[in-house]
Design a protein around this ligand. Structure first.
Ligand code: F6P
Length: 539
């Protein structure tokens, strides 16, 4: 397998980056000398606007990045994904989350969608009730990683799209192995009107299974064993394990091994979302994602949104040396988006071995972090503005508010625009001094009021946060992640890196429970682990 870093296209970009870092005009100078910069470096797509004019690029950079896309043969990989080839090579699986959002899905997918629709209707109009006949008022999704982050984020993101129901339900999410999460959730619930969704692709994940068993005990203690059938449903690819847990086939929503955990929101894993916003709205979410799929597969690289985002990320990471990416949604409803994208990008592309087992030879997924604006402004923006690190930012905002109160949205948008402007423009010492002189301020403060600027950012604008646009947004980041993985030569669809810790935890469990003496593992335990264990096992 040829290494991308040895290609002439990569070397050309290395040259351009040297110029960019040593002698290129700053973003402020570029905007001053290029009146068409916004027009040249922004894309409109199906109601979205992606402005990347505040990235540290010029036309030569973009041309070279487009050449890199061709050199990595991305279009062939797009075709392979669509054709259902086993592009998850280490697990020998197809990668077909795109098939879950096709307007005319395959029979199995359509069957589960109908099952979800019927289930939502039965819960909403209280035809399906708890074992004592009470309507279901609380739904607890127990899952972790992809079986939690996507639905939890989407339920919050789409709170404004919830339709009034005859018997409305509150949706809760429990993921953490720490009993604090489940216990504090159950403390406010009544088993008679609570339904549990156990969401786990494998149905073996320790965190989820421990929580599921505790939830089952809580329910059985109050209502008896026979109540399990009315209060538990499962979402999984592992039907025998679901059955062994005691959830019958009629209460099981299937999905398939060709859906990766972090890409599973579009499958039955989205059941809690469908329950929250209604089945029709859930179909709109799928439809927005499908529209982005169509755009991604059918648009030349020069106007392709996920491709452009991916290539800019490669430029910032591999050529300008940024080790991180800040996700800054100016939408409280998108507060959980950074966490969701952490799993999507870092679990997919946080790897150093290529598909053929050889080293990648360059940095891969940046450390992704972030927070909703304006909260982030009052926490860490100081460092982005004056901390001296290169921190590429993705700003995300909506033209219309999803929740309205007079004055809020205009102020929020002004802050979003102001932040990317400040990051781009910076403030010179002379400007800081002039400001202080104009206001009679202490001139000694000028040094502290200098902003280097030239900090790269992109801004994605949505018309409004609703199911369709959320679908577009998430599929955009999915395809971006896929493209970057192809360019780095890695398999974005496995996650071997999470296995080792799990394996060691299994070995240590008898020591933390006290079932096994510490010295039985003395030969294999390092002194740090042994010392901590001994301290923890004190009475
Ligand atoms: O963190 C590893 C992982 O396998 C994720 O990829 C996945 O989303 C999560 O655990 C949960 O897995 P499951 O849905 O099988 O319980």
């Amino acid at each position: 397998m040829n290494s991308i870093i040895a290609t002439p296209e990569w070397l050309k970009l290395t040259d351009l980056a040297r110029q960019e870092l040593d002698e290129a005009p700053t973003l402020r100078e570029r905007f001053a000398s290029e009146p068409d910069r916004f027009r040249n470096f922004s894309l409109a797509c199906d109601g979205l606007l992606f402005d990347y004019s505040k990235q540290r690029i010029d036309q030569n950079t973009m041309t070279a990045l487009h050449a890199l896309w061709r050199s990595a043969n991305v279009p062939a990989w797009q075709q392979r994904m669509r054709a259902g080839d086993a592009i998850n090579t280490s697990e020998e699986r197809a990668v077909l989350h795109i098939a879950l959002r096709a307007p005319q899905p395959a029979d199995a997918v359509a069957r589960v969608l109908r099952q979800m629709r019927d289930f939502c209707a039965e819960i909403h109009d209280a035809r399906r009730r708890g074992a004592t006949g009470k309507p279901i008022r609380h739904i607890v999704n127990i899952g972790i990683g992809g079986s939690d982050l996507g639905p939890k984020m989407a339920v919050q993101a789409l709170a404004a799209s919830r339709k009034p129901q005859p018997t409305p339900q509150q949706i809760h999410f429990v993921s953490n192995l720490d009993a604090a999460h489940l216990a504090s959730t159950l403390a406010n619930l009544d088993p008679r009107d609570t339904l549990f969704i156990i969401a786990s692709k494998t149905f073996t994940t320790q965190d989820t299974m421990v929580n599921a068993h505790s939830a089952r005990q809580w329910l059985v203690a109050a209502l008896g064993e026979a109540a399990v059938a009315r209060h538990f449903v499962a979402i999984s690819t592992n039907l025998p394990a679901v059955q062994a847990f005691g959830i019958e086939a009629g209460n099981t929503f299937e999905f398939w091994d060709w859906v990766g955990g972090r890409f599973s929101l579009w499958s039955a894993v989205g059941l809690s979302v469908a329950l929250a916003i209604g089945h029709e709205n859930f179909m709109q979410l799928l439809s927005g994602a499908h529209a982005m799929d169509q755009h991604f597969f059918n648009t030349p690289v020069e106007r392709n949104l996920p491709a452009t985002m991916a290539l800019l990320g490669i430029w910032n990471t591999n050529f300008l040396g940024a080790g991180n990416l800040a996700i800054l949604p100016y939408s409280h409803s998108l507060e959980l988006l950074p966490r969701y994208l952490q799993q999507l990008e870092m679990e997919s592309n946080g790897k150093q071995v290529r598909r053929d087992g050889t080293p990648v030879g360059c940095d891969t997924a940046p450390i992704l972090w972030g927070e909703a604006g304006s909260n982030g402004q009052h926490a860490f923006y100081q460092l982005i503005h004056q901390g001296g690190r290169l921190i590429p930012c993705d700003f995300i905002a909506c033209r219309q508010a999803d929740f309205t109160l007079p004055g809020h949205h205009a102020a929020l948008l002004a802050n979003c625009l102001a932040q990317s402007e400040a990051l781009m423009r910076g403030k010179t010492h002379a400007e800081a001094l002039a400001e202080l002189r104009a206001t009679g301020g202490n001139e000694q403060l000028a040094a502290f009021k200098v902003f280097p600027g030239n900090q790269p950012s992109s801004t994605l604008l949505l018309p409004r946060l609703e199911p369709y646009t959320l679908g577009q947004l998430l599929a955009l980041y999915e395809h971006k992640t896929f493209v970057q993985g192809i360019i780095w030569g890695i398999n974005s669809f496995d996650q071997w890196g999470v296995e080792y810790g799990k394996q060691l935890a299994q070995r240590l469990l008898p020591l933390t429970t006290g079932a096994q003496a510490i010295d039985t593992l003395a030969d294999t335990l390092d002194s740090s682990t042994a010392g901590q264990l001994a301290w923890l096992r004190q009475p």
